[in-house]
Design a binder for this molecule. Structure first.
Ligand code: F0G
Length: 458
């Protein structure tokens, strides 16, 4: 008999989680104004809000914490981190920051000016925010196929070379760099192929531009290249990562994802001028250059996390779990962004709650229903998150309306995945009885999803 697949680790420490009753959840949801960000974590049974900063560190990482050097300047922990980043990325210059958006803030302060145009593939919210707040434009050049949730192609996160070429032909004078997000979070944790990175490099070279990789989930991207792209099956994740970065000029990193630490980030680049430019903003915004917003102990844990999570077995265990959850949804016929990506399932709420009008926010309604059903917390990546059009102040209903269910790294077991899937199935089975959604009673002007107050119409 063939042995079944099993995790590449065993568990040394556990953290109890608590179930609740539907009555309790009804009350808590009401108190939270039907906004899942407003729940307290102890009111949640299985938390799928994000995979960011929620991973479980290994014994080696916890041991490394004890070796943290908290010196203000010249900390040995910084040099351990820098050496690891040099090895994994090939980038010589490293600036630590407190998280990914801080890396964006520091690097973009040097590079992005009013009127700049930054082409890329589905810029993440904070990336877009740091571009737009500088009166610049984030130009989305993702392939059109990413919008068709039922289309099954291996690299749905790719940049469309034709769109990129057009963007550069039109705006090259104002383009400070191209940014490629690996994996493409907004499109569903979808990977970008090596071939596509090569195409982006060629277009960038033609116009004399540099390329930044938003690398929050670069290791998962490398895993998909190894398992899906021709010619990479026999390469190690570290070899693939090095090749990916060789096609770029620098990176911003939220270490809270593939670095498997709870807080942290960095900028790395091969160009001294970018380093010198960004340095000027690190000191006032983040801190001195050898800590930049991180504790010495966190830099030690990150160095180990980066090394561990660029090993195949760790990534295989993780992606296998996300695929296991997707397999259960397939069995139940629940539609999601296909094929499943690296860090989450993105349920296509528009296709599930077909009776709930757009104006009543189907994905948010599905998120609330799932929480009420079993205490599973997901996150709306849809019409509420899309905010209003800055000019017309109308809601933006043009994109996808998805419920994102993130899987934290090394935290839950496959049994938890079964609970998530069963809870979703129960909601799915009564989807036709769900005809009303929610109404906004209060909202912030920007990034409203974090604080929006809602009224339930069902
Ligand atoms: N880039 C990508 C692709 C991200 O997914 C995130 C964060 C960031 C940058 C910003 O990093 O949070 O460390 O400041 N994504 C989280 C999420 C918040 O839930 O997807 P950060």
């Amino acid at each position: 008999m063939e042995l079944p697949f099993a995790e590449s680790w065993r568990i040394k420490m556990v953290e109890p989680i608590k179930k609740s009753t539907r009555e309790e959840r009804e009350q808590w949801m009401k108190e939270a104004d039907y906004n899942l960000f407003q729940l307290r974590s102890e009111q949640v049974y299985i938390d799928c809000l994000t995979d960011s900063g929620t991973g479980a560190m290994s014994d080696r990482q916890w041991a490394a914490v004890m070796m943290g050097d908290e010196s203000y300047a010249g900390s040995s922990s910084f040099f351990h981190l820098k050496d690891t980043i040099n090895k994994i990325t090939g980038f010589e210059y490293v600036i630590p920051t407190h998280q990914g958006r801080a890396a964006e803030n520091v690097l973009f302060s040097h590079l992005v000016k009013a009127g700049s145009v930054v082409p890329g593939n589905s810029h993440f919210d904070t990336t877009k925010g740091h571009i737009e707040s500088r009166k610049a434009t984030a130009l989305d050049c993702t392939i059109d196929e990413a919008k068709d949730t039922q289309l099954e192609i291996p690299f749905k996160g790719n940049v469309d070379p034709k769109k990129l070429e057009k963007a550069l032909a039109e705006h090259h004078e104002n383009v400070p760099f191209i940014i490629v997000t690996i994996t493409n979070n907004t499109a569903g944790g979808q990977p970008v192929s090596m071939q596509n990175l090569r195409e982006v490099r060629a277009i960038a070279d033609k116009y004399g531009k540099r390329v930044v990789l938003d690398s929050a989930r670069f290791a998962e991207n490398a895993y998909f290249i190894k398992t899906r792209e021709e010619g990479y099956a026999d390469k190690t994740i570290k070899e693939i990562a090095l090749e990916m970065f060789s096609l770029a000029d620098g990176m911003t990193m939220s270490a809270k994802k593939d670095g498997i630490v709870n807080m942290g980030g960095f900028i790395a680049t091969r160009h001294e001028d970018w380093y010198e430019g960004a340095k000027r903003f690190c000191i006032p915004f983040e801190g001195y250059l050898t800590y930049g917003g991180m504790n010495g102990r966190d830099m030690e844990a990150l160095a180990v996390g980066l090394d561990e999570n660029t090993e195949f077995e760790n990534l295989e265990t993780r992606i296998h779990q996300v695929e296991f959850l997707a397999g259960l949804l397939d069995e139940y016929g629940i539609p999601y962004q296909r094929p499943v990506g690296g860090h989450a399932i993105f349920v296509d709420a528009d296709k599930v709650l077909t009776k709930v009008p757009k104006e009543e926010f189907p994905a948010q309604t599905l998120a609330i229903e799932l929480y009420l059903e079993a205490g599973v917390r997901g996150c709306e990546i849809g019409y509420i998150l899309a905010d209003r059009d800055p000019v017309t102040r109308e809601n933006r209903f043009g994109g996808l309306d998805l419920l994102r269910l993130c899987v934290a790294r090394r935290v839950y077991t496959d049994n938890h995945m079964r609970v998530i899937a069963a809870a979703l199935k129960n909601v799915f089975d009564r989807r036709n009885e769900i005809t009303r959604g929610v109404e906004i009673v209060w909202e912030a002007e920007l990034m409203r999803h974090f604080t929006v107050k809602l009224k339930k119409l069902f």
